[in-house]
Design a protein around this ligand. Structure first.
Ligand SMILES: Cc1cc2nc3c(=O)[nH]c(=O)nc-3n(C[C@H](O)[C@H](O)[C@H](O)COP(=O)(O)O)c2cc1C
Length: 355
């Protein structure tokens, strides 16, 4: 926002505006990080601390941001992260995000904790790549049913979140964390596990903290969909994930919402990329706010990145149009960052760009 204009110029402007439009409860839930929020801040600080070494005189008159992930083509290496309860930000919730993603040809992940049904979200997203995020509950029948619904609704992979055997200790929203405003419900879970409807408290008590590598083998055998393991922060875990059937690794600390003081995801990325050694794609989330962050993540070996909170800020600001604008800003900033770094194609981006 410059001068008298209230037009947001970047993702941080959307953050400022979203706070003025959301209820205190919704703002606390969305912005929260665990405990002292050291990891939440570290995700940003680690990107800021990386410096770029741009190439010059490399003909950047045409910039091509297309790439692929798990065999699907992406118009740009940015996807929407799975986030719960999007109707806290605007009435259409996850459907509005799907509309925004479709308008920008962006791949998206839908949370198990969606406040819209899986089919309602799939329809506006058309044939673009989309992935279903799974929390495994104690009742494996529910997992089977969710995976089969994801297959039927054209989701191309299951994103198994492994960093949340228990919800992290988030203190900003602790007073009102366990209740959704009336009218909102866990649309994906209603009717499953013998429950007509699910509350957040029911869900938290059903999360399976006994989850182990064996369950990943089981999940991989359940459907033809590849499993993306989300929440990996160490090289040895990345190798274990591949040994147990993972189709891709998502380096993530859940946006600083789970284990506080955990390593920033961009800091963890290089050792994981090295250990994976091209056996599968590696993606990353946590703190992506600028086109240069996307460039840095790709330079350090990520195939693509996921953007979380900024999409919700856009949604809170102006529904689908706001979420779309957030995705456009990030795409345009990334395209410019590529050009100014002397990279006309994604394959031109390499580790030498970053110190
Ligand atoms: C409001 C909110 C809800 C989230 N819900 C989920 C979820 O349901 N499942 C999941 O795997 N990750 C969830 N996450 C984590 C995101 O997928 C992602 O890892 C994180 O937001 C990325 O960091 P960023 O917000 O800094 O971009 C959530 C994050 C936020 C902010």
């Amino acid at each position: 926002m410059s001068g008298n204009s209230t037009e947001p110029l970047n993702l941080f402007d959307y953050e400022t505006l979203a706070q003025t439009r959301l209820s205190r409860r919704a703002w606390n839930y969305i912005s929260d990080g665990a405990a002292d929020e050291i990891t939440l801040r570290a995700n940003r600080q680690a990107f800021d601390a990386l410096r770029l070494r741009p190439h010059m005189l490399r003909d950047v008159s045409v910039i091509d941001t297309t790439t692929s992930f798990l065999g699907a083509s992406l118009a740009q290496p940015v996807m929407v992260a799975p986030m719960a309860y999007q109707r806290l930000a605007c009435e259409e919730g996850e459907v509005a995000v799907a509309v925004a993603a479709a308008a920008t040809q962006t791949a998206l992940c839908l949370s198990t904790l969606s406040t819209r049904e899986i089919g309602e979200v799939a329809a506006p997203h058309g044939s673009l790549p989309r992935f279903f995020q799974l929390y495994m509950l104690k009742d494996r029948g529910i997992t089977r049913e969710l995976v089969s619904r994801a297959c039927a609704s054209g989701f191309g992979a299951i994103v198994l979140t492994v960093d949340a055997p228990y919800p992290g200790r988030r203190e900003r929203g602790s007073a009102d964390r366990m209740v959704l405003p009336s009218g909102l419900h866990l649309a994906n879970l209603d009717g499953l596990g013998g429950r007509e409807s699910w509350s957040i408290a029911n869900f938290a008590s059903e999360l399976d903290a006994s989850l182990s590598w064996r369950d990943l083998d089981w999940l991989s055998s359940l459907s033809p969909l590849p499993v993306i393991v989300k929440g990996i922060l160490r090289a040895d875990d990345a190798s274990m994930a591949i040994d147990h059937g993972a189709g891709a690794i998502c380096v993530s600390n859940h946006g600083g919402r789970q284990l506080d003081t955990a390593i920033a995801s961009i800091t963890a990325l290089p050792e994981i990329v090295q250990a994976v050694h091209s056996r599968c794609d590696v993606i990353l989330d946590g703190g992506i706010r600028r086109g240069t962050d996307v460039l840095k993540a790709l330079a350090l070996g990520a195939r693509a990145v996921l953007v979380g909170r900024p999409v919700i800020w856009g949604l809170a600001h102006s529904g689908a149009a706001g979420a779309q604008r957030v995705l456009e800003l990030l795409r345009d900033e990334f395209r410019l960052a590529m050009a100014l770094a002397g990279c006309a194609r994604i394959s031109d981006i390499d580790q030498s760009l970053v110190v």
